[in-house]
Ligand binder design. Structure first.
Ligand code: EPZ
Length: 418
């Protein structure tokens, strides 16, 4: 398993280009199942989760590829196998999003239940509730969801909770249903908006974009697509904190600042010098950092996927901070590892209380999940001495060559292959 050796204390400086959005791509690759025509996606990040999604499409009997330039291509065709296997779905839960498109396009699908993950139980009850509202017959057998519908029919879906992939799964199915579907309490994350934009280009009839109430008029088929994926707002936020935590001067280009306004505002509240110019966001970390209160919530609130990274920054801020995680029930696994680097954090239920320290110090630490790994990289960049971060396969799931990006900004980080 690879590990990172990081020698901290170097202010990062320079400009770096954001990669495409991992979470957006995962939904768009699932959406490509809705058409028999060719689909091309560009600006696709080279991350493990996307490669897993390509393997799932191949398992369905399709010709899919992601080349070294970040271009995903799905050749025109129809799935010959309608089962997404457990050994792939369990490694990347977003693959559960092939259920809606497969069901809508082919009339049935057998997709493994994704199971839990490090950050929580992450049930899929809302996905199934939505598909049943569209007339699907859904059974759970041997750890698989078996769904069947000769033709989905438009219906009324009211989600009990805010679910991003649940909204995307049901929305994709509704596009090919017979009749009109109304989805209430829909998620409004940028990744949902990008999916709506792409489905519309493919010929779907969707109204209510940007709101939590979507109306879909089903069509009989959808056309192909050639789309450039938007920037990864979480990677952008992570790189901005790398600049801030090392007291450096970092500019990230190719961003959509409106997708992470809650993050840039919170960074400003914490004393980070931050300026926005078109698609460029620049941070200067020379001012003293001050403690703030952070509470995660669905968009446009502070994103849960930035919670661990923000906590790393607050470990180095003057005064105390609180971080409250409201989306997932177990998303504080970076806390114990941050404390190994000298952070002063106590967890009370869903809230972590952080007291800033003069400086962190390097130590051996272990990554536990994707965003926790990013948090540890950030903390190590600011810590005195060397940090040995193990199990970086977690970070490779969602960040495209993060060590190369950081090294281009002057970081002393290298990957060691064990
Ligand atoms: C998406 O996951 C993202 N992943 C997550 O990013 C992100 O943290 C999450 O949205 C919240 O923003 C992808 O898009 C691939 P949810 P998703 O359904 O859609 C509960 C990362 O780090 N829930 O919005 O699976 C669930 O347990 C990843 O890039 C149900 O109870 O998240 C959670 O507590 C991590 N029943 C809450 O809702 C359901 O049927 C929000 O989950 C569905 C969800």
């Amino acid at each position: 398993m690879d590990r990172f050796l990081i020698n901290g204390g170097v202010p990062l400086e320079g400009t770096v280009q954001a990669s495409g959005s991992k979470n957006s791509v995962l939904a768009l690759v699932a959406a490509s199942l809705l058409t028999e025509e060719e689909v091309v996606l560009t600006n696709v990040p080279q991350v493990q989760d996307v490669h897993t999604m390509v393997r799932i499409l191949e398992a369905l009997g399709l010709q899919a590829s992601l080349d070294s330039t970040g271009t995903f291509t799905l050749a025109a065709g129809t799935p010959t196998n309608l089962e997404a296997p457990y050994d792939l779905v369990r490694t990347m839960r977003a693959s559960f999003m092939v259920l809606g498109p497969l069901l809508a396009r082919c009339g049935r699908a057998r997709v493994s239940l994704p199971g839990g993950c490090a950050i929580g139980a992450r049930p899929v009850d809302q996905h199934l509730k939505g598909l049943k509202a569209l007339g699907a017959k859904v059974e759970l057998t041997e750890g698989y969801v078996e769904a069947q519908a000769d033709r989905l029919r438009g219906g009324q879906v009211v989600f009990d909770i805010n679910t991003v992939n649940g909204t995307q799964n049901v929305l994709m199915a509704a596009c090919l249903a017979d009749g009109t579907t109304r989805i209430e309490n829909a998620a409004i994350e940028p990744e949902v908006q990008e999916l709506i934009e792409v489905l519309t280009v493919m010929g779907a009839k969707i109204s209510g974009a940007g709101t939590d109430c979507l109306e879909v008029e089903g069509v009989s088929e959808l056309g192909g697509l050639n789309h450039r994926v938007a920037a990864d707002r979480i990677e952008v936020g992570t790189l901005l904190i790398a600049g801030a935590i090392t007291r450096g001067d970092v500019e990230v280009t190719g961003t959509s600042p409106q997708h992470l306004a809650s993050v840039t505002e919170k960074l400003r509240d914490a004393g980070v010098g931050l300026s926005i110019d078109g698609d460029r966001i620049r941070v200067r970390g020379s001012n003293p950092l001050t403690g703030v209160r952070v509470k995660t919530s669905p968009f446009p609130g502070f994103p849960t996927d930035m919670q661990a990274q923000m906590m790393a920054l607050l470990c180095c801020a003057e005064g105390s901070s609180t971080v409250t995680e409201t989306i997932f029930e177990n998303r504080f696994m970076h806390v114990s590892e941050l404390k190994r680097l000298g952070a002063d954090i106590t967890v009370e239920g869903r809230t972590a209380v952080i007291r800033g320290v003069e400086s962190l110090s390097g130590a051996p630490v272990m990554a536990t999940d994707l965003r926790a790994s990013a948090s540890l990289v950030l903390a190590a960049l600011s810590a005195r001495g060397e940090t040995n971060l193990m199990r970086v396969y977690h970070i490779d799931r969602g960040y495209d060559r993060i060590e190369e990006k950081l090294r281009s900004l002057g970081a002393r980080i290298k990957r060691v292959k064990d």
